[in-house]
Structure formats: C-alpha cells, structure tokens
Design a protein. Sequence first.
Length: 333
Amino acid sequence: MALSTRLALPLRPALAALCQAAPRQHRGLSTPMGPGHTLDLGGIFPPLATPFSPMQEVDYAQLEGNLRLYASIPFRGLVVLGSNGEYPYLAPRERLAVVSCVRQALPRDRLLLAGSGCESTQATIELTVSMAEAGADVALVVTPCYYRGAMTSAALVQHYTEVADASPIPTLLYSVPANTGLDLPLEAVLTLAQHPNIVGIKDSSGDITRMGLMVHKTRQEDFQVLAGSASFLLASYALGASGGVCALANVLGAPLCQLDRLCREGRWQEARNLQHRLIEPNVAVTRQFGIPGLKKAMEWFGYYGGPCRAPLAPLSPAQVEELRGTFSANGWL
C-alpha cells in the first residue's frame, strides 16, 4: 500500500547503503572524469512492453515468458512502467503487480528501474515509496506536464527535490518531450544533478548538443546520462553517456548490447556500421508506428507482443507490411 509523504520520510535509509546493491560492471568510455559512481547505470536497459491478453488484462504469464528470453541477453537491467510499458493506461494496483512480477524473475545483479512519475508531487512520492517496497532499485520519474505552462524550471526543481528527498531509492530524471510536450530545462538538470539521491537522467529528446552539455557540466557530480533511444546511442556514447534505455531492445536486445560493447572497446567503425542498421527499425517502432509497431515486431523475434490497451489501435495490414519491410531491408528479418 502506498504511504503518505509524512510516512515516507522516516523510511529513507542512507543512500550509500542502498547503492551498494548494484555492483559496478563497466569501466572506460561511459564513466566521465570526476568522482566514481555509487550506482553504475552503464549498459542497455529495455523499457519493457507490458503484455496484455486478448481481453486487455495484464498477462503475467506472458510477461514471465518474455523475461526468461531476456535473461540470456547481457542487459544491465530492465525498465518497467516507462512510456513503452503503457504506464498511463495501468491502474495503480497493476503497476505494483508488474514491478513485483519482474523483481521476482530478475537476477539480483540486474537493476530494476520503475516508472513512478505522477502529475502531483505527493502522488509521485507515494508511488515511489510503493515501487521501492515492490522491489524497484531506481525510480524513473517523468516530468509532470498536464499544467505545462506552469512547469517552470523552478517548479520542476522543487518537484524533483521533494521526490528525491523522500524516496528510499535513487531517483532518475526522465525527459521525454515527444510524449509530454515538455523538455526538462538544462539549468534544472544541472541543479538537480547536485542532489545526492538523483543519480542521472534518461533523455529521450534526441538533442545531442544538450546531452553533451549534460555530461560535460555534471562531470564532477555523481550523475549519469542515459540515451533514451537506439537511434542516437552511438553518438551519445561518443559524448560520454553511460548507457541507453531503448525501446528497440525489446526486439533487438542482443545487437544493442553488441553496440554498447563495441563503443566501450573503441571499435568505432564496427559500431557505426551496426548503428546505421538500427536507426530505421528504431524509428519504425517509436516515432512512426509507436507501441503497436513495437509489439508487432516483438512477435517476429520470438517474444510475446500481443495487443495494446485501448485506445491504442493495432497496425493495419499495410502498416504491418511496411514495418516488416523496414526490418528486412536492414538485415534483421
């Protein structure tokens, strides 16, 4: 059961003790100059699609089946209840049940990041505490956006500061302007990077200049930048990003982990060749066809995709053929 803000504060343990749970696995390219990271976010994280039955109920058996397949891929961890998890369409009880299900199936050496962002600060704190109780290692907190005009840099700094103060687990900022219509301002990110319980940002804007400045300006902080899309993963790594939360990893997880490895090893020509083959499929399952396209592509690679929850509609036969053609043209089918 979610706890109130008043009850959440006494639950907050020492941050250092919390971060000991996740061992450092990567060195080199993804680690900016400056202090070492207490929680290593280096690597690839698929933002899991939430499986639904034909009756549009969460299908936990199919979720567990997908998790068994993902276990053989060297992901750094998994993200649940992100944009690709149809988070806004899940009831609070479903959100917690999904986190619990994934936590039980996930090896302890892999991180579990869980979306807990709500429109109000109080609701975000309560859900974040509940996510921690359900087994999440990190809270992924999207920008509140309903009253977009009022979401000034000062308002967002206040929101995230209160959430991070109350959260019993580390907090990851989440900026996804394609969905929210709101970009977390750079000056707000730089201020929040100084908070001891804010460990980084998932930036899905695709603004490489902005991402480079984030890495550069926070190099003395315990703060990591994660690319929010496979389309600009290589460019993000070249600028010092730590990892990626990439929708395409639901479908092509192994190639994305290979790209991660090539970048870390400095094998840039091979990495560039692979990156080029990933751009069009990634655009197809994100900007072009969205979650219905992602779920359809998952089925071609042995995973359960299944239906989306209404009002998201399935692809038309013509769209399915176009999607298949995109994967085929780049050598994936």
